[in-house]
Write a protein that binds this ligand. Structure first.
Ligand SMILES: *Cc1c(COP(=O)(O)O)cnc(C)c1O
Length: 378
């Protein structure tokens, strides 16, 4: 179940199965629980219980979670949403899907995350929501500005796609009282195959999200079988999570502790192996608090190093090309010095639960050799 046909260091990311997922899916298929079913409801309850929050709303992807959360918070045309340019394009597309516009903000180059100060600097009269991205799994503490944001009527919608299991202080990400969105896509800390989860702030927000994800239809699937009509109460989309995906998530949820320990151990092994390389700066994810999602470094001559490592079959990547420089988002571009600086330096090393200490050593050895070759040629 957990074997791969390619050596682990060749992959940048890879789903990890614990062995019970296939049987769980088979049971759902045999029972015909394909759509939004009680398996989905059970997954929502288990996630809420794991986090210790009253409710959780499952949807089909992290992108759908972000879109639905924005809509549930009342974000729409005329609104401006603060978002770091340094994120996956999904965060920005979710904003545009509501009819609102993104306002790109800069990041702290040491963590690739926004901070309370950068958020306050970016706010304008039109800002109605901010979307901190918990980059690499690192939690962001906004407690110092929460009062001010509330006073201005600005909602916080956390993109916690990287951060399932992470903590800020003593609390888990998802329990801050802000709207939080998780992704359970193939390569995330916990996977449903595809999936996402919204942690709502209030019962009304949960109800709105549940309406949106089922095409705005008021009646449940069960209720619809006994009437000749149905009621479309609100705007909505086909965003529900199938029982098939929920079953995978439920099986994975039995192994969260192992997932957390493995990811922390692997990240620390990288940190130790990378420490002697003077040319390399590790993006700090704070593994005491976070469940590391990525292992990223900043290196000189990144493009050449990337090409050479790829040639040697090491699965390096770049997370992410900045969004304010993407053609689709050019209209909202503005200078972001730290983002533009790090964009040419960041390199993501292979990081997933199939990795072994030997694979990590091999990657770091290849990195050291490539850095030496490239700087000698420069
Ligand atoms: C994966 C990801 C998303 C989108 O989640 P999907 O489940 O792929 O739709 C959004 N933001 C970030 C930062 C992500 O890494």
């Amino acid at each position: 179940m957990t074997t791969t046909t390619r050596p682990d260091a060749e992959r940048n990311a890879s789903p990890y199965l614990y062995g019970e997922e296939a049987a769980a899916v088979a049971r759902v298929l045999e029972a015909g629980q394909y759509g939004h079913t009680e398996v989905t409801d059970e997954f929502e309850r288990r996630i809420a219980a794991f986090l210790g929050v009253p409710d959780a709303v499952a949807v089909m992807s992290g992108t759908a979670a972000l879109h639905t959360a924005l809509l549930a918070a009342g974000v729409g045309p005329g609104d401006e949403v603060l978002v770091p340019s340094m994120t996956f394009c999904a965060t920005v597309q979710a904003i545009l899907a509501t009819g609102a516009t993104p306002r790109f903000v800069d990041i702290d180059p040491a963590t690739l995350c926004v901070s309370a100060e950068l958020i306050m600097d970016g706010i304008t009269e039109a800002t109605t929501a901010v979307m901190p991205v918990l980059f690499g799994g690192r939690g962001i503490d906004l407690s110092s500005i929460r009062g001010e944001l509330t006073r201005r009527g600005i909602a916080v919608i956390e993109d916690a796609a990287h951060a399932f299991g992470s903590r800020v202080g003593s609390r888990r990400v998802g329990t801050s009282g802000d709207l939080t969105c998780f992704s359970f896509g193939p390569i995330k800390n916990l996977t449903c195959g595809q999936g996402g989860m919204i942690i709502p702030r209030t019962q009304e927000e949960a109800d709105r999200a549940r309406g949106i994800r089922l095409l705005g239809v008021v009646q449940s699937q069960a209720e619809r079988t006994s009437t000749t009509t149905y009621t479309v109460g609100t705007f909505g989309l086909r965003y529900q999570m199938s029982g098939i995906n929920a079953a995978i998530g439920l099986a994975q949820l039995n192994h969260v502790q192992r997932m957390e320990e493995t990811r922390r151990d692997l990240w620390r092994a990288y940190q130790a192996a990378l420490a002697p390389l003077n040319a390399v700066t590790v993006i700090d994810v704070d593994p005491e608090q976070s469940v590391p999602h990525l292992c990223q470094v900043r290196v000189p001559h990144r493009d050449e190093v990337f090409t050479r490592m790829r040639e040697q079959r090491v699965g390096v990547g770049v997370h992410y090309p900045p969004n304010h420089l993407q053609p689709a988002f050019a209209e909202w571009s503005r200078p972001l010095p730290a983002t533009e600086q790090v964009a040419g330096e960041i390199l993501t090393l292979p990081f997933h639960q199939h990795l072994t200490p030997a694979g990590i050593d091999k990657t770091v050895t290849v990195l050291a050799r490539c850095l030496k070759t490239v700087s000698a040629a420069a």
